[in-house]
Write a protein that binds this ligand. Structure first.
Ligand code: NDP
Ligand code: 8X3
Length: 252
């Protein structure tokens, strides 16, 4: 039986992914800060699935919390086969000369430093076992910049660069390192980006059909099920109506 660890499992891609892998009979470790959501999700599972699920309150910005969460895993959950570095956010969408410094700190600390801390903590055991797969959630924002994307763009470009470098380090240890770069997916992402402004968040997906979190979970499943000699290294996944970070066909 295989074990997946998903960061940011309380919402969006992460929530859809833990649900998918629980249904497929995997052991699932789900991390997030909002423990109430993880508890509710676990309660919704069958008794058999619950026994295969381990939920933990972890803020990925805190390296000590990350290492102690891993140290406290029960033996049967401690060999992670698949790590999904998903926890992340955009905070604000403002020109570089007026953007909020706290927003920048949150994005850099979560999207970049958090991903590094989790990888640093999980990868040694994969190296020792000579097996494993790490999928980083990047973004189209890490492939092309857009106006007012500034620090969010920078963190996702960093994930792109980091994914390539991680692959170079871990290729010698039979570990697959992959990246998924989604375009527009309707989750809580835009609500978080616009600091709870639901109207503004809804307008992002107006008159077009965005991807759903389950589309990303499907892709993760497909990538993880590829034969062991195949690494689907980098995938840009877009809604059919999106051509680039800024070109979207909207129905009027
Ligand atoms: P959601 O806001 O729905 O989910 C984000 C998840 O990240 C939540 O579970 C949240 O949990 C978790 N998270 C945020 N900060 C932290 C933290 N400090 N420590 C631990 N967990 C944290 O957004 P998405 O599902 O859309 O986003 C997931 C990833 O996908 C992000 O990296 C995002 O940048 C990326 N992405 C999203 C796209 C989109 O259009 N939706 C497109 C491209 C990439 P909690 O608050 O409970 O800690
Ligand atoms: C999220 C997609 O286009 O808002 O990463 O940057 S976008």
């Amino acid at each position: 039986m295989k074990t997946i660890l998903v960061t940011g499992a309380s919402s969006g891609f992460g929530a859809a992914t833990v649900q998918r892998y629980a249904s497929e009979g995997w052991r699932v470790i789900a991390w997030a800060r909002r423990m109430d959501r993880l508890t509710d999700w676990k309660s919704s599972l069958s008794t058999t699935q619950q026994a295969l699920t381990w939920i933990q309150e972890v803020d990925v910005r805190d390296p000590k919390a990350v290492t102690s969460a891993i140290a406290s895993l029960p033996a049967e959950f401690s060999d992670v086969d698949l790590l999904i570095n998903n926890a992340g956010l955009a905070a604000g969408k403002d020109p570089v000369h007026t953007a909020n410094l706290d927003d920048w700190e949150r994005m850099i600390d979560t999207n970049l430093k958090g991903l590094l801390y989790v990888t640093r903590a999980i990868s040694p055991k994969m190296v020792a076992r000579k097996t494993g797969h790490i999928i980083n959630i990047g973004s189209i924002a890490g492939k092309e910049s857009y106006p007012e994307g500034n620090a969010y763009n920078a963190t996702k470009y960093a994930v792109d660069g980091l994914t390539r470098s991680m692959r170079m380090d871990l290729v010698h240890h039979n570990i697959r390192v992959s990246q998924i770069c989604p375009g527009m997916v309707e989750t809580e992402f835009s609500e978080v980006r616009f600091h709870g402004d639901q109207q503004k968040a809804a307008s992002v997906y107006a008159h077009m059909e965005p991807l759903q979190a389950e589309d990303i979970a499907d892709l993760i499943w497909y990538m993880s099920q590829a034969p062991a000699h195949v690494n689907i290294a980098d995938v840009l996944i877009l809604p059919t109506s999106q051509a680039s970070a800024t070109i979207v066909a909207r129905q009027s």
